[in-house]
Ligand binder design. Structure first.
Ligand code: ATP
Ligand code: MG
Length: 252
């Protein structure tokens, strides 16, 4: 079901790869300042759903709506809609420092650089990027190259870069993959704060993280939504337990 007033809605999306039906009639919505987590077993269609929202994959049926209007997503135009994303593979620019990487996330013509040119624009951008780094406890690494940082910090820099476009919707593709438990706990805290400022749609394998930070959880199985609701509702849904969590492992 897609709630009215959603910033982003996936409406009846079906995707087929040859004989494989990766998604079948999937609908879901994300409201303003709502954190929605998408979980499901391997091959359930999570990444495919993310790719449809970002415009990497075109659905055979259904569509995406932004603020109630149908859109045809194009990856490099998402920022102009107020949508930012992080990718699973981090994807930072190797030759740029941490602060420069964050600066590349700022939207052209966005609030950081609208109407400014030359050195003034550069200074405003730098200061804003430094401010973001400070908010994410990354100031000490501003002038480091990403490859010199531990993986967990690189992922946090990628998050800072996504936030540089001042999104109203943040899409996170497996933000916890490759992180230690301490780093996952740190991420959970940060998502708790971000979720009060913007909408977040997160595809994630770590059920513990999803259950702890999401307002709503959507469970995919074999390309279909089998459950959707609060973490408590989803945790106790017999279909979810049978298909995914397994008896007694709902909090794992
Ligand atoms: N480009 C592709 N070509 C063919 N089949 C694909 C392609 N991408 C995904 N699939 C298939 O579609 C189904 C859904 O895959 P998807 O990667 O979306 O699942 P997932 O939920 O992200 O899984 P995982 O948890 O393992 O990352 C799987 O059966 C997968 O093999
Ligand atoms: Mg995947």
């Amino acid at each position: 079901m897609v709630s009215p007033g959603a910033i982003l809605a996936v409406v009846g999306v079906t995707v087929r790869f040859g004989g494989v039906c990766a998604l079948e009639g999937v609908s879901l919505g994300v409201g303003p300042r709502e954190v929605v987590g998408i979980v499901g077993p391997n091959g359930a269609g999570k990444t495919t759903l993310f790719n449809v929202i970002c415009g990497f994959v075109r659905p055979a049926a259904g569509h995406i709506e932004h603020a109630g209007r149908p859109i045809r997503p194009v990856p490099h135009r998402l920022a102009s809609l107020g949508i930012a994303r992080t990718i699973q593979a981090v994807g930072l620019w190797k030759g740029l420092t941490v602060v420069e990487n964050v600066m590349t996330g700022a939207r052209h013509g966005g609030p950081w650089n609208a109407g400014r040119r030359g050195w003034h624009a550069e200074r405003v951008l730098t200061n804003k990027a430094l401010e973001l780094l400070s908010q994410l406890d990354l100031s000490a690494y501003a002038n480091h190259l990403p490859a010199t940082l531990p993986y967990g910090l690189q992922k946090r820099v990628a998050l800072a870069r996504a936030l540089a476009s001042e999104p109203s919707l943040l899409l996170l593709d497996e933000p916890a993959s490759g992180l230690s438990q301490a780093e996952v706990d740190d991420l959970a805290q940060r998502l708790g704060i971000l979720g009060k400022q913007m909408a977040v749609l997160m595809v994630e394998h770590r059920v513990d993280l999803v259950m702890s930070v999401s307002d709503r959880v959507v469970v995919l199985d074999f390309g279909q939504v089998i459950a959707s609701g609060s973490p408590e509702q989803v945790r106790s849904d017999p279909k979810v337990i049978a298909a995914y969590l397994g008896t007694g492992s709902a909090g794992q």
